[in-house]
Design a binder for this molecule. Structure first.
Ligand code: NAG
Ligand code: NAG
Ligand code: NAG
Ligand code: NAG
Ligand code: NAG
Length: 756
């Protein structure tokens, strides 16, 4: 055996390894597209990331795909519908066609707000629920591993589902057009599971919501990083992690239509989505005795809500429920606004406050609602000022004149400035110089001003305003001033318990009202702000900012309102609290204890929610009636104010009489089922390994916090699960898959749930 020969053998071995490596990378290249280098590189990167996650353990069920050709290779096969969905830039019945690189691709990407780079960027943060770790996120589209499907890859066919029916199902091209129905083909749909093999369970309490799987151009193609108001996507994500989402539409109380609707030109997507749904599923039209489109939910995040939709889209979705930020319930002639909100059918929801906004108002650091803000020697600042407002007054942003003439703003197009329905202009005119008031166009000490004022003016702007919610978070009693405008979750949330509503004609004399309130009334309103703030902030989606645990947050409040809709379809929303003790308790941020409440419920109540003396439904209803008062509630300010918004009662009554047929039986069934629909709070217990000595069974909240303030013992609030700074700061607007409450778990089936 000579040295020469050994060298040769070594050489050959090395060569062999190199050849094998080259072959392997060639295969990878072949899978992706050799024609476009940029893309194939990214695909390789993604392949590495996917295999390093130990996700192979969760292999998709192996069965032949119901989609044609090489669909699962290039795109995602919706195995239920047999629809092949392609990422942007791929086309054809099995996504094997490619839109030519260069200008055609660039144009296509631009149509969805993408650059060429972001169009093909592989980044789990850009996709709904991060594709649940079951696929690769390319430019917002989940390319799910074979067998998994859905916009977030959460779905697969149930193990015992009938295998591939031979009928060739319809396929849709990447622009989602021309999809014909496979619902009418007669073959039964195979059963579908959510997060199969991960132990996903639907929570016991209503509502149950089915999320339609729409062609991707209607929702996920649009660049999320460009989306300033991500509410629809965040709700979509949390429906899964909160256990509200169901795989079987026949079990659903509601149907979410996940289209992106932010601006008026998105109306076209609404029209497309409705026609796709009607052609594909039987639930839009097919509810016996029900109105077409009823129990279907859309989200509109624009400033003027439903009014921004085209007439066609409005008419088409007349019977659906719109979640919007704009609660104008009747026409406003002077401002030129059309009624957009239909009380009892639509729901006004609070804006998702972005991190930048929260930090510019310094809410996480200064809010006096945090139980730790008064601890550690910090004195609460006295609220020595009566009212504060800073912001635009004239629509043109001109400085309003202060020489005693009105109009105090320049005319617009020859007409009096109608910005904010002139509420800001009138308030400025009458109050900018008032002792103890600060009404200005800008303030360098905005946060301090809110902390040191008793009342904060919360007018509309061009449309939806954000001050009503922000002032609540800052412990300042909001003064709303736009006639006919309903605030988030009104009337289920009793704004007349923590806010003052002044009719527009009373703005000139509102000082008499506000300064005439007794200190006791003011203190009572102030003490109600902490619960109101919980309902108005999306804590489970964003993280905690004032020591709240997320249990009563805007997401859960929305779920409770929907639970009431599903359970008592013929009841007006202002009546819910009288008939449902759990709802009444929830709206007061109290855990409801069903008779013989479980230890878990008791633990949770002791932990955070305050006392609840109600036991048994009858007693609780009586208590709720006494505590919540009538809807006509006298309010705080007597004759000068119409706190209860007189027109609202009529609108609600009209809705109720219209709700009539078809819902009576549902109501009866609902009443019978109500006992089972009461949500039970989940116990929040420290795992034994984390509990300190003697701390066994001590409650701790599941939500991380953005605040540095400690939760003082004895404050009734629970210590937070930790700082949200440990949660990955993600690119894009979705924060964490499933919501920030899930940031410590990759498996959304195991994300903390706050209610059963
Ligand atoms: C995809 O293919 C269809 C028909 O095959 C065509 O009408 C459509 O324009 C194509 N889309 C793109 C983006 O090329
Ligand atoms: C709404 O429901 C009514 C029945 O109450 C029905 O006649 C009407 O066609 C529905 N509207 C639309 C747009 O589907
Ligand atoms: C007040 O100011 C406005 C513009 O700033 C001006 O047009 C108007 O003439 C002034 N009125 C008086 C009484 O000075
Ligand atoms: C503002 O109030 C002061 C007295 O407090 C008065 O002297 C002054 O004229 C007022 N200015 C205007 C523009 O009304
Ligand atoms: C509320 O007020 C209206 C008119 O002010 C009245 O007709 C109605 O009966 C009142 N409702 C209740 C429940 O008091």
């Amino acid at each position: 055996m000579n040295l020469q020969r050994q060298r040769w053998i070594t050489c050959l071995l090395v060569l062999g390894i190199l050849l094998r490596l080259a072959a392997a990378s060639g295969r990878e290249q072949g899978v992706s597209n050799p024609g476009r280098r940029l893309r194939s590189e990214r695909v390789l990167v993604a392949g590495d990331a996917a295999s390093s996650d130990g996700e192979e353990a969760l292999a998709a069920p192996s069965r032949p795909s119901r989609c044609p050709g090489r669909c699962t290779e290039f795109g995602t096969c919706n195995e239920e519908l047999g629809r092949c969905d392609c990422p942007i830039g791929r086309n054809g019945t099995d996504c094997s066609e490619e839109v030519p690189a260069g200008p055609p691709l660039q144009q296509l990407c631009a149509r969805y707000g993408h650059t060429l780079a972001s169009c093909s960027r592989v980044d789990a943060a850009g996709c709904v629920n991060g594709c649940n770790g079951r696929g690769r996120c390319v430019g917002g589209f989940c390319h799910c591993r074979p067998g998994y499907f859905g916009a977030d890859c959460s779905l697969s066919l149930a193990a015992d589902a009938a295998d591939g029916s031979s009928t060739t199902s319809t396929t849709s091209t990447s622009d989602g057009s021309g999809s014909s129905s496979s619902a009418s083909s007669g073959s039964p749909r195979p059963a579908v599971e959510i997060l199969a093999g991960q132990g996903y369970t639907v929570r016991r309490s209503a509502p149950r919501i089915y999320v339609y799987e729409l062609p991707p151009d209607l929702n996920v193609y649009g660049n999320l990083e460009r989306l300033d108001r991500p509410l629809m996507y965040m709700v979509w994500q949390r429906l899964l992690s909160a256990g509200v989402r169901v795989a079987d539409p026949a079990q659903a109380d509601f149907f979410l239509v996940p289209v992106r609707v932010r601006l008026s030109y998105d109306s076209e997507k609404v029209v497309q989505a409705v026609s796709y749904i009607r052609a594909t599923w039987p639930y839009w039209d097919g509810q016996p005795g029900g109105a077409a489109g009823e129990r279907h939910i859309f989200v509109h995040t624009g400033d003027w809500g439903r009014d921004e939709l085209s007439e066609e889209a409005q008419a088409l979705t007349r019977n659906a429920t719109w979640l919007t930020h704009w609660g104008l319930a009747r026409d406003h002639e002077f401002a030129g606004w059309k009624a957009a909100h239909r009380p009892g059918r639509d729901i006004v929801v609070p804006l998702v406050l972005q991190a930048s906004l929260l930090s510019s108002y310094r809410i996480t650091r200064t809010t006096p609602l945090h139980p730790g803000s008064a601890a550690g020697g910090r004195q609460p600042r006295p609220r020595s000022r009566t009212l504060f407002f800073a912001g635009r007054v004239c629509g043109s942003r001109a400085q309003p004149s202060a020489n005693g003439t009105y109009p105090n703003c320049p005319d617009v197009l020859g007409k009096e400035d109608a910005y904010s329905a002139a509420t800001r202009q009138v308030a400025y005119y009458h109050h900018h110089n008032r002792t103890g008031w600060k009404v200005v166009t800008a303030s360098k000490s905005y946060a301090i001003d809110m902390l040191t004022s008793k009342f904060c003016l919360a007018p509309s702007g061009g449309g939806m305003g954000k001050r009503a919610v922000i002032s609540v978070l800052m412990g300042c009693i909001p003064v709303t001033v736009t006639d006919g405008l309903m605030q988030p979750f009104e009337p289920e949330l009793r704004w007349d318990r923590f806010a003052i509503d002044v009719r527009e004609r009373d703005i000139p004399v509102m000082h008499a009202v506000l300064e005439g309130l007794k200190q006791g009334q003011v203190s009572e309103f102030q003490s109600n702000l902490r619960c109101a703030a919980q309902h108005l902030f999306w804590s489970s989606l964003f993280g905690s900012v004032f020591g709240e645990d997320g249990r009563y947050d805007a997401f859960e409040t929305l779920m409770q309102v929907l639970r009431m809709r599903a359970t008592y379809p013929s009841l007006g929303p202002e009546e819910y609290a009288y008939v449902d003790a759990a709802f009444a308790a929830f709206m007061k941020c109290e855990a409801h204890l069903p008779a013989g409440g479980s230890a878990a419920a008791a633990a949770a109540t002791a932990g955070g929610a305050g006392s609840s003396s109600s036991s048994g439904t009858g007693a609780a209803v009586a208590a709720a009636g006494g505590l919540l008062g009538g809807f006509n509630g006298t309010g705080a300010a007597g004759g000068l104010l119409d706190v209860a918004k007189p027109d609202l009662g009529q609108a609600l009554a009209a809705h109720r009489s219209g709700a009539g047929a078809g819902s009576a039986t549902a109501a009866a069934a609902g009443d019978a089922a109500a006992g089972q629909l009461l949500p039970a709070p989940r116990a929040l217990l420290l795992p034994a390994e984390l509990a300190g000595p003697g701390e066994e069974g001590v409650s701790r909240q599941e939500l991380c916090t953005h605040s540095d303030l400690p939760v003082p013992p004895g404050s009734g609030a629970l210590p937070a699960a930790g700082s949200c700074s440990r949660c990955p700061r993600r690119r894009g607007r979705l924060l964490n898959p499933g919501g920030t409450i899930c940031c410590n778990t990759k498996d959304l089936a195991r994300c903390p749930r706050l209610w059963d």
